[in-house]
Ligand binder design. Structure first.
Ligand code: IYR
Length: 224
């Protein structure tokens, strides 16, 4: 397809707000998203599949390189599959915590209190495995290269986490490394690379999180 084949429609759905309302909305959004914390202690209570589906649709609306949407979400609710994932992830994590990770990395992780035990992979109702795709299959069956795959998939994951948070679903961004075992267990093709494993569910009633602070604006942003 050439650029000249592009078809356009009037911008649908855009909303402008008066500046005061803009600021109010920005503040409200920030306040709400500041309540998001990464959770490592989950309840086994069920979260309806339809909730996850809506959040995935939201994530799938993310901008992407050449609008090719280079992601695949694989949602695992089957206890047997979750158990296999836990067992393979813990194998990698044992190697990570017992020699593979340099001391500097282990020091950086110390405030989080993480270790090789990953019971949440079996306890939480849903594991959402996000794959980044090096190639896309077009409707006519042709295989084309994807662009900015990491950026695109990262944005989609951010939107997924935000959507789940807005819904009341807690998440953990888990990155066992390496993650190749996810292709095997979930039978995904080579063009899909595991990007992130998102654990989703209700927090355990007694869930605790590390006492860490977020950087202030002047440490994360510069206006020029
Ligand atoms: N994948 C390991 C280690 C780990 C790495 C980072 I960077 C974290 O922010 C947290 C954990 C684990 O999940 O324990």
């Amino acid at each position: 397809m050439k650029t000249t084949d592009a078809r356009f429609i009037p911008l649908p759905g855009y909303r402008e707000y008066p500046p005061a309302e803009m600021l109010e909305r920005a503040r409200a959004f920030n306040l709400d998203i500041q309540r998001r914390r990464t959770v490592r202690e989950f309840s086994d209570r069920a979260v309806p599949r339809e909730v996850i589906e809506q959040c995935l649709l939201a994530a799938g609306s993310a901008p992407s390189g050449a609008a090719l949407q280079p992601w695949q979400f694989v949602v695992v609710g089957d206890p047997a599959v979750k158990s296999r994932i836990r067992s393979e992830a813990e194998k990698e994590e044992r190697a990570f915590y017992n020699g593979r990770a340099p001391q500097e990395w282990l020091d950086a992780l110390a405030p989080l209190g993480t270790d090789e035990h990953k019971p949440f992979l079996e306890i939480a109702p849903w594991l959402i495995v996000i794959f980044e795709k090096t190639h896309s299959e077009l409707d006519d069956g042709r295989r084309v290269k994807n662009y900015y795959v990491g950026q695109s998939t990262g944005i989609a994951c951010g939107m997924l986490i935000a959507a789940l948070h807005a819904t009341g679903v807690a998440t953990l961004t888990h990155t066992p490394s390496p993650m190749g075992f996810l292709n095997t267990i979930l039978r995904r093709p080579k063009i899909e690379r595991p990007f992130l494993l998102l654990v989703a569910g209700y927090p355990a009633p007694d869930a605790r999180v590390p006492d860490i602070k977020r950087k202030p604006l002047d440490k994360i942003a510069t206006f020029v």
